[in-house]
Design a protein around this ligand. Structure first.
Ligand SMILES: Nc1ncnc2c1ncn2[C@@H]1O[C@H](COP(=O)(O)OP(=O)(O)O)[C@@H](O)[C@H]1O
Ligand SMILES: [Mg+2]
Length: 262
């Protein structure tokens, strides 16, 4: 894969974010090149969700900024798609699957335009891509966690963005759904999309991502996976979390995992 690091599609500069004056992200600086599948990795409470919410302009920053395509997000909103963490969404509101997916078209339609036939077809096609075409008329609240995640993804696909930010799309779903989603993300990458995913599992992170951001309130590292997925950097990210450290140890034991720089 050829990555153009000179022209990042996303640039986060000196970002500090606080809740009630307590900083949870400090001076985060990173860039992400176009056309990668990037993973944001770090322990619980590391500020991963906060980082992508701030990048999306949902949470305000105390200082610093984010640029997409070299510009503030407001100039490019329809090119950027956000898939929130499933547990943070209220699933009781009455909405059919097809309507949720159609919402993906609204950023393109503008506030007052009604969706056209073409938009409905794009939404239907997005449901097919995630294998949920049979569920269009169902209430979203009646779906399993994995099915809801697929619908979320379909909504993002319907937007036809260039950059996707996804918060733990694999949390609480079964292995076959995870495999289907990662295949879809790889297809998107092959079409030139940039996919940035908050991810919690170290083992699969190494397999899935070609760009990795290690975060624990501060940026530990950001770069190509083979440069960043190093025991010492992972330990720095998960430092103190014993279960995680033993996982890192397990990873180092894997025979294809270099414990030392060549
Ligand atoms: N809305 C909020 N108000 C106050 N504190 C918050 C809020 N959201 C998150 N936090 C705190 O900010 C820190 C980072 O949270 P979060 O970004 O959700 O981490 P992660 O996604 O890595 O688990 C945590 O300590 C969390 O408790
Ligand atoms: Mg989170």
């Amino acid at each position: 894969m050829i990555v153009n690091v000179e022209q990042p599609i996303v640039e986060v500069h000196d970002l500090t974010v606080s809740y009630n004056r307590k900083p949870v992200l400090w001076d985060v600086d990173l860039t992400i090149p176009e056309g990668v599948l990037a993973g944001i990795i770090g322990p619980n409470g590391a500020g991963k969700s906060t980082l992508i919410k701030t990048m999306m302009g949902i949470v305000p920053s105390s200082s610093g900024y984010t640029r997409f395509f070299g510009e503030p997000i407001d100039l490019n909103r329809q090119r950027i798609s956000y898939v929130p963490q499933r547990e943070t969404v209220d699933w009781d509101f009455p909405a059919r699957v097809q309507d949720v997916v159609l919402m993906g078209r609204y950023s393109r339609l503008g506030l007052f335009a009604r969706p056209r036939k073409a938009d409905r077809e794009i939404a239907e096609h997005a449901l097919e891509k995630v294998g949920m075409q049979g569920f269009a008329k169902r209430q979203i609240s009646q779906l399993s966690g994995g099915q809801q995640q697929r619908v979320f993804l379909a909504r993002a696909l319907a937007q036809d963005a260039d950059v996707y930010l996804m918060d733990e799309p694999f949390a609480g779903i079964d292995a076959s759904t995870e495999a289907a989603i990662i295949e879809l993300l790889k297809t998107m990458r092959s079409q030139g999309k940039t996919v940035i995913t908050v991810h919690n599992d170290l083992q699969s992170a190494r397999e899935y991502f070609d760009w990795i951001v290690l975060l624990n309130m501060r940026l530990v590292a950001s770069g190509p996976a083979d440069k960043v997925f190093k025991p010492e950097l992972l330990e720095e990210t998960y430092g103190g979390a014993l279960t995680m450290l033993s996982k890192v140890h397990d990873l180092m034991e894997m025979k294809d995992f270099p414990t030392r720089e060549q």
